[in-house]
Design a protein around this ligand. Structure first.
Ligand code: B16
Ligand code: MG
Length: 230
C-alpha cells in the first residue's frame, strides 16, 4: 500500500468503476474453460494458476500468451480462427446466464452507492460485456458501460477506466476501481485511481486493498479503508 498516494488523494469518492468478469459475475471461469479447451487441443499445458495472468487481458493478447507457452508460432489468419473458436465456446457457456449469476452482495453494494449519489460504471476488456450486462439485467444499475469494442488497448492500459471516468464526467482521482485481475489493478494504478482487488491477496499484490467479495462489504467499509469521513 502506498500511503503517499492516498495522502494526495481527494477526500471524496464520486464514482465506482467495476470490472465485470470475476467481479460482478463469475464469467472469469468461463473464459478459463474456453482457453483451457483450446490449449488442450493444441497440447499446451495450461493451468488455472497460469490463467491468473490472462484475467482482464484482451482476447488476442491472451491467445498470444497461450501460444507462447507452447512455443507455437502461427500466421495471423490461423490465430484469428483460434480466437474465434474460443469465443464461440465462451458465448455458448454464457448463454444460460441470468440475474441469479450476479455474485453475492454486489447489487446491494451498488444500490448503497446510488443512495449516496456515487456514480457507477462497468469497464471490461471483454467485447462480450454488453451481452453479459443484458443477461443479468444490469443496464439500469450503471451510468456508463465501457467494453473492449470501445478502446484501442485493453487492460493493463488505463484507457478503459479513463474513458469510464470521462463518460461519468468525474476526475479519475475521485474514482475507485474494483478488479479481480492483476492487469486490471495495473490499469487502475496507471489511471491514478484508488483500487480494491477482489479475490486472493497472493495474486493481487499490486492493489491498494484486497477483499474476498462484496457479501460483507459496504460503503462505510470502503471509506474506512481510505480513512475518509463516514
Ligand atoms: P473477450 P474483464 C476480460 O474481461 C476477461 O477477464 C479476460 O479473461 C478476457 O480475455 C477479456 O475480457 C476479453 O474478453 O474475449 O470476451 O473480448 O475482466 O476486463 O471484464
Ligand atoms: Mg475481471
Amino acid at each position: 500500500m502506498d500511503n503517499f498516494v492516498h495522502m494526495k488523494s481527494p477526500t471524496d469518492i464520486k464514482a465506482c468503476i467495476f470490472d465485470l468478469d470475476g467481479v460482478i459475475v463469475d464469467t472469469a471461469h468461463f473464459h478459463f474453460l474456453g482457453w483451457k479447451r483450446l490449449a488442450d487441443e493444441l497440447n499446451i499445458p495450461f493451468t488455472e494458476e497460469e490463467n491468473e495472468k490472462l484475467k482482464g487481458v484482451p482476447r488476442m493478447e491472451s491467445l498470444a500468451h497461450i501460444l507462447g507457452l507452447g512455443n507455437i508460432e502461427l500466421p495471423e489468419s490461423e490465430k484469428r480462427d483460434l480466437a474465434i473458436r474460443k469465443n464461440e465456446w465462451y458465448k455458448e457457456y454464457i448463454k444460460g446466464m441470468d440475474p441469479d449469476d450476479i455474485l453475492p452482495g454486489v447489487t446491494s453494494f451498488i444500490d448503497e452507492l446510488h443512495a449516496s449519489n456515487i456514480q457507477v460504471a462497468i469497464a471490461s476488456s471483454s467485447k462480450n460485456a454488453g451481452t453479459v450486462v443484458d443477461k443479468i439485467n444490469y443496464r439500469d444499475k450503471i451510468q456508463a458501460l465501457v467494453d473492449g469494442n470501445m478502446v484501442k488497448k485493453g487492460k493493463p492500459d488505463p484507457e478503459l477506466f479513463l474513458l469510464a471516468a470521462s463518460m461519468l464526467n468525474v476526475d479519475p482521482h475521485f474514482c475507485v476501481v474494483f478488479e479481480d485481475a492483476y492487469s486490471g489493478i495495473e490499469a487502475a494504478l496507471k489511471a491514478e485511481m484508488r483500487n480494491i482487488g477482489i479475490g486472493e491477496p497472493e495474486y493481487l499484490n499490486n492493489a491498494d486493498f484486497v477483499i474476498p467479495g462484496f457479501s460483507k462489504f459496504s460503503l462505510t467499509g470502503l471509506k474506512q479503508l481510505y480513512l475518509l469521513p463516514v
